[in-house]
Design a protein around this ligand. Structure first.
Ligand code: TRP
Length: 450
């Protein structure tokens, strides 16, 4: 068997992991939930949650991955042989299937919108309602949604099949600078619009009366999602690290980049929305209903519209490949499959699993599969409300009480010898993160928190 691959360079790894973290979560979800839950006060809650949960859990995933050099299932088997802990890893691999199958459908919409922006479809829209009708028709058309879903999955397969260094790392090294440049251009465009300051104060001047239990719960859940935590994505990416790499500084960089890009996307979007007197609290429709009516009114809007949807597509792609890689790593490590075979077979299976999701806003819209939800909504609920928080919670318990803080700290110190913390303190911090994740999980089960 061939030796297991590793990242070629430190920056390559950071860009790939940042690429996983930055996705639809940053550019689609973060702005719309910020709009719904009160602007700056929500942003503040979100940043606190990133520090309290996101950062420690990311370090946990990197440490387990690098220590074991395995996929999520193999990693738990190696650290806790003969125990049921491998099931926690299995939950992660299963989540990879579930999430990618419908993430790819949404990513397909953004792919479709790149072409619509190029075809200058937006110029006809005067009101969000018109753009909304257009979007509803698009999402209901099976040919479009299955076609774009297939195209997106094919792109993911194309990158992942080439391997960790030659595929994922190379692609991320090219695409992340492109992503960063586009977002800077869009942010400057937003900031130079008349009336931009209203957008900025919405994002950065907190109105603390808007802070309540729901806001905090949504912020907690999103902190987790935006950093790709809870299903072993970061664990898998960490498993391609070498002993010399510094886990702490890598995690700091990734967290700062992810949060920075989300804020920049917020600036780009809210300056434009407020400059045109539109409402910020449109929910998930913000991007597909509101923005297409904004672009035609902005000087250079044609180009900025194309850039925006292309940005969204790149962000989704670097996240999509990280979801696929978790599944592939499992079949390569544990079942001895070749990367090529595993990628083709499971890329195909995940595509097939996504078809009912692709049809959920059209032919299958009235078909309620589970608990009155469409297939698409059910996949979304299952993964983000239950599987991810459960996975993350199990990882914190595992590190604090089974693997042990001493071993965990020793793993971090390899590559970062200056790092020191008392084992008790580490256990306390990890337990706090674990409890916060558990709160999100229970709130999700009770139907709270968005
Ligand atoms: N973090 C990505 C986003 O913000 C989504 C994502 C990719 C993800 N891989 C993940 C979320 C793994 C949770 C777990 O869009």
């Amino acid at each position: 068997m061939e030796a297991r691959e590793q990242w070629g360079t430190k920056i390559g790894f950071i860009l790939a992991a940042t690429g996983s973290a930055i996705g639809l979560g940053n550019i689609w979800k973060f702005p719309f939930i910020t709009g719904m839950y009160g602007g700056a006060a929500f942003v503040l809650a979100y940043i606190v949650c990133i520090a309290l949960i996101g950062f420690p859990v990311m370090i946990i995933e990197f440490a387990i991955g690098r220590k074991t050099q395995r996929n999520p299932v193999g990693a738990f088997e190696k650290l806790a042989p003969g125990t049921p802990w491998f099931l926690a890893g299995g939950l992660g691999v299963a989540a990879g299937f579930v999430i990618l199958s419908y993430y790819s459908v949404v990513a397909g919409w953004t792919l479709g919108y790149v072409f619509m922006a190029i075809a200058d479809v937006f110029k006809n829209f005067t009101k969000p309602a018109e753009a909304g009708d257009y979007f509803a028709n698009f999402a209901a058309n099976p040919l479009f949604t299955i076609g774009t879903h297939l195209a997106f999955m094919a792109l993911c397969v194309f990158v992942v099949i080439k391997g960790v260094k030659g595929g994922i790392e190379r692609f991320s090294k090219i695409m992340m600078p492109v992503l960063l440049s586009i977002i800077i251009v869009l942010m400057i465009r937003g900031l130079t619009l008349p009336g931009a300051e209203k957008g900025l104060s919405f994002l950065f001047l907190p109105d603390f009366s808007k802070l309540n239990g729901t806001t905090v719960l949504v912020a907690l859940g999103h902190a987790f999602f935006t950093l790709s935590l809870g299903m072993g994505t970061m664990l898998t990416y960490g498993s391609y690290l070498s002993r010399r790499d510094n886990i702490i500084s890598s995690a700091v960089t990734i967290v700062i980049l992810d949060t920075g890009i989300a804020l920049m996307a917020g600036v780009a979007i809210f300056t434009a929305v407020f400059a045109h007197g539109l409402a910020p609290d449109q929910g998930s429709a913000l991007i597909f209903h509101v923005l297409p009516t904004v672009f035609p009114k902005i000087p250079g809007g044609y180009i900025f519209g194309i850039m925006f949807f292309f940005l969204l597509l790149i962000a989704a792609l670097t996240s999509g490949i990280s979801l696929l890689e978790v599944v592939i790593a499992y079949f390569v490590d544990e079942k001895g499959w070749s990367r090529r075979k595993a990628t083709l077979v499971f890329g195909g299976i995940i595509f097939a699993m996504g078809v009912p999701s692709a049809l959920s806003h059209g032919p299958l819209a009235d078909m309620k599969f589970f608990f009155g939800m469409t297939f698409f909504d059910f996949m979304d609920y299952m993964s983000f409300k239950y599987m991810l928080p459960l996975g993350g919670f199990l990882m914190t318990i595992f590190v604090a009480y089974f693997w042990g803080a001493k071993e965990f700290i020793a793993e971090i110190q390899s590559g970062c010898p200056k790092f020191s913390i008392r084992p008790v303190a580490a256990v306390v911090i990890i337990t706090i993160s674990g409890i916060l994740i558990l709160v999100t999980l229970i709130a999700g089960i009770m139907g709270l928190g968005g």
